[in-house]
Design a protein around this ligand. Structure first.
Ligand code: SF4
Ligand code: SF4
Length: 353
Protein backbone atom coordinates (compact mmCIF):
# COMPACT_ATOMS: atom_id res chain seq x y z
CA UNK A 1 0.00 0.00 0.00
CA UNK A 2 2.88 2.37 0.80
CA UNK A 3 4.36 1.86 -2.64
CA UNK A 4 0.99 2.13 -4.38
CA UNK A 5 0.15 5.31 -2.48
CA UNK A 6 3.50 6.92 -3.25
CA UNK A 7 3.37 5.96 -6.91
CA UNK A 8 -0.12 7.44 -7.07
CA UNK A 9 1.17 10.72 -5.60
CA UNK A 10 4.28 10.89 -7.78
CA UNK A 11 2.74 9.83 -11.06
CA UNK A 12 -1.01 10.56 -10.98
CA UNK A 13 -2.21 12.89 -8.27
CA UNK A 14 0.59 15.44 -7.82
CA UNK A 15 3.08 14.85 -10.64
CA UNK A 16 3.85 18.55 -10.99
CA UNK A 17 6.09 18.83 -7.89
CA UNK A 18 9.88 18.63 -7.80
CA UNK A 19 10.12 17.15 -4.33
CA UNK A 20 7.87 15.45 -1.79
CA UNK A 21 7.71 15.07 1.94
CA UNK A 22 6.11 12.60 4.31
CA UNK A 23 5.41 13.54 7.90
CA UNK A 24 4.84 10.65 10.28
CA UNK A 25 2.85 12.78 12.65
CA UNK A 26 -0.35 11.19 13.78
CA UNK A 27 -2.33 8.01 14.05
CA UNK A 28 -0.12 6.75 16.85
CA UNK A 29 3.53 6.64 17.78
CA UNK A 30 5.47 6.03 14.52
CA UNK A 31 8.45 4.34 16.18
CA UNK A 32 6.19 1.47 17.29
CA UNK A 33 6.29 0.32 13.69
CA UNK A 34 9.77 1.23 12.62
CA UNK A 35 9.75 -1.27 9.74
CA UNK A 36 7.17 0.88 7.97
CA UNK A 37 9.42 3.92 8.20
CA UNK A 38 12.28 1.89 6.74
CA UNK A 39 10.04 0.60 3.98
CA UNK A 40 8.84 4.10 3.10
CA UNK A 41 12.45 5.17 2.86
CA UNK A 42 13.21 2.27 0.49
CA UNK A 43 10.29 3.15 -1.75
CA UNK A 44 11.31 6.82 -1.65
CA UNK A 45 14.81 5.87 -2.80
CA UNK A 46 13.38 3.76 -5.61
CA UNK A 47 11.18 6.61 -6.77
CA UNK A 48 14.10 9.02 -6.58
CA UNK A 49 16.02 6.80 -8.98
CA UNK A 50 13.06 6.75 -11.35
CA UNK A 51 12.10 10.40 -11.22
CA UNK A 52 15.01 12.30 -9.70
CA UNK A 53 12.51 13.76 -7.20
CA UNK A 54 13.57 13.39 -3.56
CA UNK A 55 11.30 12.30 -0.72
CA UNK A 56 12.02 13.98 2.61
CA UNK A 57 10.91 12.23 5.80
CA UNK A 58 9.93 13.78 9.10
CA UNK A 59 9.17 11.79 12.24
CA UNK A 60 7.26 13.27 15.17
CA UNK A 61 7.78 10.95 18.11
CA UNK A 62 6.97 10.85 21.81
CA UNK A 63 10.68 10.16 22.30
CA UNK A 64 10.32 7.07 24.47
CA UNK A 65 11.50 4.55 21.86
CA UNK A 66 14.59 6.31 20.57
CA UNK A 67 17.14 3.50 20.90
CA UNK A 68 20.71 3.76 19.59
CA UNK A 69 19.74 1.61 16.64
CA UNK A 70 16.71 3.75 15.75
CA UNK A 71 18.58 7.02 15.99
CA UNK A 72 21.49 5.60 13.97
CA UNK A 73 19.07 4.72 11.18
CA UNK A 74 17.37 8.14 11.28
CA UNK A 75 20.78 9.80 11.27
CA UNK A 76 22.17 7.78 8.37
CA UNK A 77 19.06 8.40 6.33
CA UNK A 78 18.80 12.10 7.04
CA UNK A 79 15.33 11.79 8.58
CA UNK A 80 14.19 14.82 10.59
CA UNK A 81 13.18 14.26 14.21
CA UNK A 82 10.66 16.15 16.29
CA UNK A 83 10.08 15.14 19.92
CA UNK A 84 6.98 15.93 21.93
CA UNK A 85 8.04 17.58 25.15
CA UNK A 86 5.50 19.84 26.82
CA UNK A 87 7.81 21.55 29.29
CA UNK A 88 9.56 20.62 32.53
CA UNK A 89 8.86 17.37 34.39
CA UNK A 90 5.74 18.64 36.10
CA UNK A 91 4.26 20.12 32.94
CA UNK A 92 5.17 17.20 30.68
CA UNK A 93 4.11 14.40 33.03
CA UNK A 94 0.67 15.96 33.51
CA UNK A 95 -0.48 14.39 30.25
CA UNK A 96 2.32 12.35 28.79
CA UNK A 97 2.26 9.13 30.76
CA UNK A 98 3.07 5.56 29.77
CA UNK A 99 0.73 2.57 29.85
CA UNK A 100 1.21 2.29 33.63
CA UNK A 101 0.32 5.93 34.18
CA UNK A 102 3.94 6.85 34.91
CA UNK A 103 5.28 10.15 33.54
CA UNK A 104 7.67 9.79 30.60
CA UNK A 105 9.71 12.98 31.12
CA UNK A 106 12.88 11.32 32.42
CA UNK A 107 12.98 8.70 29.68
CA UNK A 108 12.43 11.26 26.95
CA UNK A 109 14.95 13.74 28.33
CA UNK A 110 17.57 11.02 28.76
CA UNK A 111 17.13 10.09 25.12
CA UNK A 112 17.44 13.71 24.05
CA UNK A 113 20.59 14.17 26.11
CA UNK A 114 22.11 11.02 24.64
CA UNK A 115 21.54 12.26 21.09
CA UNK A 116 22.84 15.75 21.88
CA UNK A 117 25.98 14.37 23.55
CA UNK A 118 26.77 11.89 20.79
CA UNK A 119 30.02 12.30 18.90
CA UNK A 120 28.80 10.33 15.89
CA UNK A 121 25.43 11.80 14.97
CA UNK A 122 25.26 14.61 12.43
CA UNK A 123 24.28 18.16 13.26
CA UNK A 124 21.09 17.51 11.34
CA UNK A 125 20.06 14.75 13.77
CA UNK A 126 21.14 16.68 16.83
CA UNK A 127 19.02 19.59 15.70
CA UNK A 128 15.85 17.98 17.07
CA UNK A 129 12.63 19.96 16.99
CA UNK A 130 10.82 20.44 20.29
CA UNK A 131 7.08 19.89 19.86
CA UNK A 132 4.88 21.46 22.51
CA UNK A 133 1.11 21.32 22.90
CA UNK A 134 -0.45 24.24 24.75
CA UNK A 135 -3.47 23.19 26.83
CA UNK A 136 -5.54 24.78 29.58
CA UNK A 137 -2.98 23.34 32.01
CA UNK A 138 0.03 25.09 30.47
CA UNK A 139 1.58 27.47 32.97
CA UNK A 140 4.19 29.55 31.12
CA UNK A 141 5.49 29.69 27.55
CA UNK A 142 8.60 31.53 28.72
CA UNK A 143 9.42 28.71 31.13
CA UNK A 144 8.96 26.17 28.34
CA UNK A 145 11.31 28.04 26.01
CA UNK A 146 13.94 28.45 28.74
CA UNK A 147 13.62 24.80 29.65
CA UNK A 148 13.94 23.62 26.04
CA UNK A 149 16.86 25.95 25.38
CA UNK A 150 18.62 24.46 28.39
CA UNK A 151 18.22 21.00 26.87
CA UNK A 152 19.80 22.16 23.64
CA UNK A 153 16.70 22.71 21.50
CA UNK A 154 17.04 25.56 19.02
CA UNK A 155 13.76 24.99 17.15
CA UNK A 156 10.46 24.73 18.97
CA UNK A 157 6.82 24.64 17.86
CA UNK A 158 4.27 25.55 20.52
CA UNK A 159 0.80 24.80 19.18
CA UNK A 160 -2.64 25.26 20.70
CA UNK A 161 -4.40 21.97 21.38
CA UNK A 162 -7.36 21.14 19.16
CA UNK A 163 -10.22 19.77 21.21
CA UNK A 164 -13.94 20.12 21.75
CA UNK A 165 -14.50 23.10 24.05
CA UNK A 166 -15.99 20.96 26.83
CA UNK A 167 -12.71 19.12 27.30
CA UNK A 168 -10.81 19.80 30.48
CA UNK A 169 -7.70 20.58 28.43
CA UNK A 170 -9.25 22.75 25.72
CA UNK A 171 -8.54 26.45 25.34
CA UNK A 172 -12.03 27.82 25.87
CA UNK A 173 -13.72 30.94 27.24
CA UNK A 174 -12.81 29.92 30.79
CA UNK A 175 -9.07 29.96 30.23
CA UNK A 176 -8.51 32.19 27.20
CA UNK A 177 -7.49 35.14 29.40
CA UNK A 178 -4.86 32.99 31.05
CA UNK A 179 -3.47 32.05 27.60
CA UNK A 180 -3.41 35.73 26.61
CA UNK A 181 -1.41 36.44 29.76
CA UNK A 182 1.07 33.76 28.74
CA UNK A 183 1.52 35.43 25.35
CA UNK A 184 1.89 38.82 27.01
CA UNK A 185 4.60 37.33 29.22
CA UNK A 186 6.26 35.82 26.15
CA UNK A 187 6.41 39.07 24.18
CA UNK A 188 7.48 41.01 27.28
CA UNK A 189 10.29 38.51 27.63
CA UNK A 190 11.32 38.91 23.96
CA UNK A 191 11.21 42.69 24.37
CA UNK A 192 13.29 42.64 27.57
CA UNK A 193 15.89 40.58 25.71
CA UNK A 194 16.32 43.42 23.25
CA UNK A 195 18.05 45.43 25.99
CA UNK A 196 20.93 42.98 25.44
CA UNK A 197 20.43 43.00 21.66
CA UNK A 198 19.31 39.37 21.94
CA UNK A 199 16.78 37.49 19.78
CA UNK A 200 17.93 34.03 20.84
CA UNK A 201 14.58 32.85 22.17
CA UNK A 202 12.52 34.49 19.45
CA UNK A 203 14.56 32.64 16.85
CA UNK A 204 13.56 29.32 18.44
CA UNK A 205 9.92 29.80 17.45
CA UNK A 206 10.38 31.63 14.16
CA UNK A 207 8.81 28.93 12.01
CA UNK A 208 5.47 28.46 10.29
CA UNK A 209 4.12 26.03 12.88
CA UNK A 210 4.51 27.87 16.16
CA UNK A 211 1.32 29.80 16.99
CA UNK A 212 3.11 33.10 17.72
CA UNK A 213 6.30 32.46 15.74
CA UNK A 214 4.43 32.09 12.47
CA UNK A 215 2.74 35.44 13.01
CA UNK A 216 6.05 37.23 13.67
CA UNK A 217 7.57 35.50 10.66
CA UNK A 218 4.71 36.48 8.36
CA UNK A 219 4.76 40.07 9.56
CA UNK A 220 8.52 40.34 9.05
CA UNK A 221 8.29 38.83 5.58
CA UNK A 222 5.15 40.90 4.83
CA UNK A 223 3.40 37.79 3.68
CA UNK A 224 -0.15 37.90 2.39
CA UNK A 225 -1.57 34.54 3.41
CA UNK A 226 -4.44 33.08 1.41
CA UNK A 227 -5.03 29.83 3.30
CA UNK A 228 -4.72 28.38 6.75
CA UNK A 229 -2.67 25.50 5.42
CA UNK A 230 -2.21 23.32 2.38
CA UNK A 231 -4.65 20.59 3.49
CA UNK A 232 -6.30 19.12 0.39
CA UNK A 233 -4.19 21.33 -1.85
CA UNK A 234 -0.58 20.18 -2.03
CA UNK A 235 -0.94 18.13 1.15
CA UNK A 236 -3.01 14.98 1.73
CA UNK A 237 -3.17 12.00 4.05
CA UNK A 238 -3.61 8.50 2.70
CA UNK A 239 -5.14 5.89 4.98
CA UNK A 240 -4.09 2.23 5.04
CA UNK A 241 -6.98 1.30 2.71
CA UNK A 242 -6.03 3.94 0.13
CA UNK A 243 -8.62 6.53 1.14
CA UNK A 244 -7.40 10.09 0.62
CA UNK A 245 -8.14 12.82 3.15
CA UNK A 246 -7.16 16.50 3.20
CA UNK A 247 -4.87 15.95 6.19
CA UNK A 248 -4.15 13.48 8.97
CA UNK A 249 -6.70 15.04 11.33
CA UNK A 250 -9.54 14.20 8.95
CA UNK A 251 -8.65 10.55 8.45
CA UNK A 252 -11.77 8.45 9.04
CA UNK A 253 -14.19 11.37 8.58
CA UNK A 254 -16.14 10.06 5.59
CA UNK A 255 -17.72 13.45 4.85
CA UNK A 256 -14.31 14.94 4.06
CA UNK A 257 -12.87 12.02 2.14
CA UNK A 258 -11.42 13.19 -1.18
CA UNK A 259 -11.39 9.77 -2.85
CA UNK A 260 -9.35 6.59 -2.99
CA UNK A 261 -6.10 5.89 -4.82
CA UNK A 262 -7.81 3.04 -6.72
CA UNK A 263 -10.71 5.14 -7.96
CA UNK A 264 -10.91 7.81 -10.63
CA UNK A 265 -13.57 9.97 -9.05
CA UNK A 266 -12.42 12.61 -6.58
CA UNK A 267 -14.37 15.11 -4.56
CA UNK A 268 -12.20 17.79 -3.00
CA UNK A 269 -13.90 20.88 -1.63
CA UNK A 270 -10.63 21.97 0.05
CA UNK A 271 -9.01 22.78 -3.28
CA UNK A 272 -11.18 25.85 -3.80
CA UNK A 273 -11.14 27.21 -0.23
CA UNK A 274 -9.31 30.46 0.37
CA UNK A 275 -9.53 33.09 3.06
CA UNK A 276 -12.10 34.87 0.85
CA UNK A 277 -14.44 31.88 0.60
CA UNK A 278 -14.71 31.51 4.39
CA UNK A 279 -17.35 34.11 5.08
CA UNK A 280 -16.31 35.31 8.55
CA UNK A 281 -12.64 35.33 7.64
CA UNK A 282 -13.24 37.31 4.45
CA UNK A 283 -14.47 40.25 6.57
CA UNK A 284 -11.76 40.05 9.22
CA UNK A 285 -8.93 42.62 9.48
CA UNK A 286 -6.45 39.90 10.43
CA UNK A 287 -7.18 37.60 7.49
CA UNK A 288 -3.97 38.06 5.49
CA UNK A 289 -1.79 37.35 8.50
CA UNK A 290 -3.94 34.65 10.09
CA UNK A 291 -5.04 32.70 7.01
CA UNK A 292 -8.09 31.34 8.87
CA UNK A 293 -8.69 28.76 11.57
CA UNK A 294 -7.51 25.15 11.17
CA UNK A 295 -10.29 23.43 9.18
CA UNK A 296 -10.28 20.52 11.58
CA UNK A 297 -10.53 22.77 14.62
CA UNK A 298 -13.46 24.65 13.02
CA UNK A 299 -15.06 21.27 12.45
CA UNK A 300 -14.55 20.13 16.04
CA UNK A 301 -15.87 23.36 17.50
CA UNK A 302 -18.51 24.53 14.99
CA UNK A 303 -19.16 21.43 12.87
CA UNK A 304 -18.15 23.32 9.75
CA UNK A 305 -14.80 23.80 8.05
CA UNK A 306 -15.94 27.30 7.09
CA UNK A 307 -16.80 28.65 10.54
CA UNK A 308 -13.76 29.57 12.66
CA UNK A 309 -13.43 28.96 16.38
CA UNK A 310 -14.09 32.36 17.98
CA UNK A 311 -11.64 31.66 20.82
CA UNK A 312 -8.83 31.03 18.34
CA UNK A 313 -9.82 34.23 16.49
CA UNK A 314 -9.58 36.18 19.74
CA UNK A 315 -6.15 34.74 20.48
CA UNK A 316 -4.90 35.16 16.93
CA UNK A 317 -5.79 38.86 16.89
CA UNK A 318 -4.33 39.36 20.34
CA UNK A 319 -1.01 37.78 19.33
CA UNK A 320 -0.89 39.73 16.05
CA UNK A 321 -1.14 43.00 17.99
CA UNK A 322 1.60 41.89 20.39
CA UNK A 323 3.80 40.83 17.49
CA UNK A 324 3.35 44.17 15.70
CA UNK A 325 4.45 46.10 18.78
CA UNK A 326 7.41 43.76 19.26
CA UNK A 327 8.59 44.12 15.64
CA UNK A 328 8.36 47.89 15.95
CA UNK A 329 10.49 47.79 19.10
CA UNK A 330 12.92 45.36 17.50
CA UNK A 331 13.52 47.74 14.59
CA UNK A 332 13.98 50.65 16.97
CA UNK A 333 16.09 49.07 19.72
CA UNK A 334 18.04 46.41 17.85
CA UNK A 335 18.23 47.40 14.15
CA UNK A 336 21.17 45.07 13.52
CA UNK A 337 19.21 42.11 14.86
CA UNK A 338 16.24 43.15 12.75
CA UNK A 339 18.47 43.17 9.67
CA UNK A 340 19.97 39.83 10.63
CA UNK A 341 16.52 38.27 11.05
CA UNK A 342 15.37 39.53 7.67
CA UNK A 343 18.43 38.02 6.03
CA UNK A 344 17.97 34.74 7.89
CA UNK A 345 14.32 34.46 6.86
CA UNK A 346 15.13 35.33 3.25
CA UNK A 347 17.77 32.58 3.22
CA UNK A 348 15.32 30.04 4.66
CA UNK A 349 12.71 31.02 2.07
CA UNK A 350 15.19 30.34 -0.72
CA UNK A 351 15.95 26.91 0.72
CA UNK A 352 12.25 26.04 0.64
CA UNK A 353 12.01 26.66 -3.10
S1 SF4 B 1 -8.91 35.73 13.14
FE1 SF4 B 1 -10.63 34.33 12.87
S2 SF4 B 1 -12.02 35.38 11.45
FE2 SF4 B 1 -10.03 36.38 11.34
S3 SF4 B 1 -9.02 35.39 9.63
FE3 SF4 B 1 -8.39 34.34 11.50
S4 SF4 B 1 -9.80 32.62 11.72
FE4 SF4 B 1 -10.69 34.05 10.25
S1 SF4 C 1 -6.57 21.42 8.59
FE1 SF4 C 1 -5.64 21.81 10.57
S2 SF4 C 1 -4.73 19.88 11.17
FE2 SF4 C 1 -5.11 19.78 8.97
S3 SF4 C 1 -3.22 20.48 8.03
FE3 SF4 C 1 -4.53 22.24 8.22
S4 SF4 C 1 -3.93 23.18 10.17
FE4 SF4 C 1 -3.15 21.07 10.17
Amino acid sequence: MVEKALRFIYYDYMPQYKKYRIDFVSGGEPLLNFDVIKYVKQVGDKLYKETNKPLELWVATNGTLLTDETVKYLDENNINIGISLDGDKMQHDLLRVDINGKGTYERVVNNIKKIKASKVYSRHTKDIWGLVVITSKTKSLVDILRHHYGLGFRNVQMKIVRLEKESEYAINSECVEQVKEMYTELFDFFTAQLEDQSITYLKMILNDNDFAGKIVRRLLLRYVVQNRCQAGKNKVSIAANGDIYPCDSFVGMEKYKIGNIFEQEMHNEFEAITIETRQECSKCWAKYICGGDCYHNSCLVNHSIYKPDSIICELEKFVIKKALVYIDTLGEKAPDQYKYLMELLAKREKMLL
